[in-house]
Design a protein around this ligand. Structure first.
Ligand code: NAD
Ligand code: ZN
Length: 256
């Protein structure tokens, strides 16, 4: 069922949430566009001007590492000051009310945590771009320190242990984090309602989760302003703006 009328979308979502005992949300870049963070695939996306450097190149050359950091800081200027939007706040409310047990996200912007959801309920499949980590010893490094030294001398930062420091995100070509994948799989197979929000659902393995939930018997809801390749297996497709569709759920998880 495709619903493109806003009132009907609110009713349909309220009804399916009322019948669920354990909902899980799966979020992509679309939930953060109203916060001023561009998604990946829109034609005018700033990501097109500062595309991510593949992991292999980062490992192979110091020049690629410097370029990775230059693009990272350029993108950070777009993210600066971003605050959770209506979608993030609605999900925080659903979690607080016990209607939703976990948020699996492809986003690296940290906005689910900023909306007040405890970290244990958030699975960051692609890591977190608000800090950095050593690729060898995993020590955490703060971006503000790295940026200060990068701006005085543009050299790729290295850890005390000698390892390369990289933003704590999963780059193209880097293997998926095993514990996040396991937690995402557990939440997916435990839930009875899986809501995919603002993801183009084309990046694997992340996009495999909605299909796995559906195959396991959960209801599948997709919220997106555009078609996705999984629309055909969804129980309900809510076609429209994420903030508009989720806004009423900021106030209550059961609409009557
Ligand atoms: P994507 O850019 O491929 O897709 C975003 C989807 O959201 C699109 O289908 C678009 O139609 C939809 N959308 C955008 N704004 C919307 C709105 N207001 N209402 C309804 N729908 C809307 O994003 P993705 O599938 O998450 O994959 C991109 C990858 O790039 C991710 O793996 C992520 O790691 C990374 N990324 C992260 C961020 C972030 O952290 N905010 C931003 C860009 C890219
Ligand atoms: Zn180290």
């Amino acid at each position: 069922m495709i619903v493109d009328d806003l009132d009907k979308a609110h009713e349909a979502l309220a009804r399916i949430l009322a019948h669920s005992n354990d909902a899980v949300a799966f979020t992509g870049a679309g939930i953060s566009t109203e916060c001023g963070i561009p998604d990946f695939r829109s034609p005018d996306s700033a990501w097109k001007r500062h595309p991510p450097v593949p992991f292999e190149q980062f490992l192979q050359s110091a020049d690629a590492r410097v370029e990775t950091w230059r693009r990272k800081f350029a993108m950070d200027d777009h993210y600066a000051g971003a605050k959770p939007g209506r979608g993030h706040r609605a999900l925080a409310r659903l979690v607080a009310d016990g209607a939703m047990s976990a948020i699996i996200t492809q986003n690296i912007d940290g906005l689910h945590e900023a909306s007040g959801i405890e970290p244990e309920r958030i699975v960051e499949l692609h890591g977190n771009g608000t800090y950095a980590a050593c690729l060898d010893c995993s020590a955490r490094h703060e971006l503000s320190d790295i940026r200060k030294s990068f701006e005085s001398a543009p050299l790729a930062p290295e850890c005390e242990c000698g390892g390369f420091i990289k933003s704590a995100t999963i780059s193209f070509g880097q293997s998926m984090p095993q514990s996040a994948m396991r937690r995402a799989r557990d939440a997916t197979l435990r839930c009875d309602l899986f809501i995919a929000i603002g993801s183009s659902l084309v990046v694997y393995p992340a996009a495999g989760f909605p299909a796995a939930a559906k195959e396991n018997g959960a209801a599948l809801v997709i919220i997106n302003r555009e078609q996705t390749p999984l629309d055909q297996i969804a129980d309900i497709v809510l076609r429209g703006d994420i903030g508009d569709i989720l806004a009423p759920f900021e106030r209550a998880n059961r609409l009557n």
